[in-house]
Write a protein that binds this ligand. Sequence first.
Ligand code: PLP
Length: 287
Amino acid sequence: TTVYLNGDFLPAEQAKISPMDRGFLFGDGIYEVIPSYGGRFVGFTPHIDRMHSGLAQLSIDIKLNHDAWQQIANKLIADNSAELGSNLGVYFQVSRGTDTKRGHAFPTNVAPTVFGFAFAIPPEPIADKAKATTYTVVTGQDLRWQRCNIKSTSLLGNVLHYQQSQTQGAQEILLFDKDGNLTEGAAVNVFVVKNGIIATPPLSSRLLPGITRQVLLAILEQHSKLKVEQRDISEAEVLAADEIWLTSSSKEIAPVLRVNDQPVGNGQVGDIWLQAQQLFSAYKFDY
Ligand code: PLP
């Protein structure tokens, strides 16, 4: 595997980062995952915009612009597709950099550490009820910090919530804030459907502004007459929903069939999901 590290492309086993790197010591960095199929990216520009927004919020200055990121991503795909196949995710991570000592204060005169690699992802999800990958989820209180809009490499809160779902025999967890409103999952955004109306929580510091969420909302608005609301959603509404979907770069739109051991709606993959995934499959490369 060829990876990118601080301006160089090199074999993964030769890529070395100091243990004094603040990404390692503090989780002081930002990451991004961009899906590609046959060399075509989904949402490359919004993914890079989100990364730059996160870096700005952490006051990490970075010299790379969109074109530079695009060139790195293209080369990671070109250099690794023979080994890894044509469905590839590109992972980027920028940490504040490597200091000589461990101290909380931002170091001065330290260059950010920039790392990138490509990894195999599942084939493109297919808009077919019989072929959908479906999910079983549990619910829980969101115990993460209050800046979940930042795609930080400090993922311990998400990791613990994800593991909570595994321990309970599920594959994801739907999280609710202390007011009882849905935020997101451990690694996904969440949509619900009731009586044909689609709803998802509005953007706030309590959830990641998912690119799949963003692209799906744009596609639904531009290419369908389906009604979509961005509003607070209670746990009671989630439990009474006809359909629940999880969205992320690798899952696209994934139907949830069980919540807390109860069926969602009639327990089958839904009709609105089918329409949404058909539209997403048709238009996703436009964003
Ligand atoms: N929410 C969290 C916490 C995530 O980690 C992710 C991505 O993995 C998402 C939502 C979905 O975001 P995206 O659609 O940009 O992959």
